[in-house]
Ligand binder design. Sequence first.
Ligand code: ATP
Ligand code: IP8
Length: 244
Amino acid sequence: MIIIKLGGSVITDKSRYRTFRREITKKIIDVVSEFEEELILVHGGGSFGHIMAKRYGFPGSVNLKNKNGIALIHNDMESLDQKLVAMFHKHKREIFPVPPSSVICGEKKNLDIFRLLVEKNITPITYGDVYFKSPDYIGIYSGDDLVLDLSRMFRPEKVMFISDVDGIFDKNPKLYHNAKLMREVKSRANFENSSIDVTGGLGHKYEIMKKINETGAKVYLLNGNFPERIKETGRVEFIGTVLS
Ligand code: ATP
Ligand code: IP8
């Protein structure tokens, strides 16, 4: 099995509300659809999630403001999801969306639907979402958290995080031209994480990647703006970061 996280940084323009990067997303989906292995897809929020989550003060204790924003954010995420599902359908791949806010409530998670879908050869697609972390607190369950849960459940051989940068650098490559790509990362890496969003940015992702690696999966972070790299993981020509 392969689990792939389609990062909000590459499938959307994270700086402009609800801006879908249709062309590049289509190219990524063209490549991903060709995999013959069992697949689970997860996608992030990008500008369909993070901008309004920040504006409405998520995550946070339940209050009038966030109660007002919860449906908007969930619906925006669902509309991004629908765009991806439609693209996968064109490839004749059976796919079915699973909204996290319907299967995660407080400490309880019922992820059985994922097992059923995989058994039936239907690709599950899920995404970062707002959810009740406790009766008094509305949290954001990030796509990265879901990738970890699903990796613990399915023990995939390979997990790919597709973003808009070549991999993990010693500092943010968007801010520093001399940033160096870390092609292979061991369990303790030192790098600067300078663009933090409501779910913690690259720092949170790296912590998640380490935990996934502990389940036995090879974990990759790569740049989806070069979709051919998705096929090159594990090969010498691969450009990206691998956790080993
Ligand atoms: P989303 O959470 O919306 O799905 P994503 O999963 O695609 O997004 P981000 O959390 O936005 O990914 O993380 C990728 C971003 O991390 C890059 O666009 C880059 O600007 C930023 N970044 C910060 N520090 C670093 C670093 N040391 N190396 C690589 N990227 C970094
Ligand atoms: O982009 C967060 O998921 P992520 C989704 O995977 C929301 O961190 C709603 C902001």
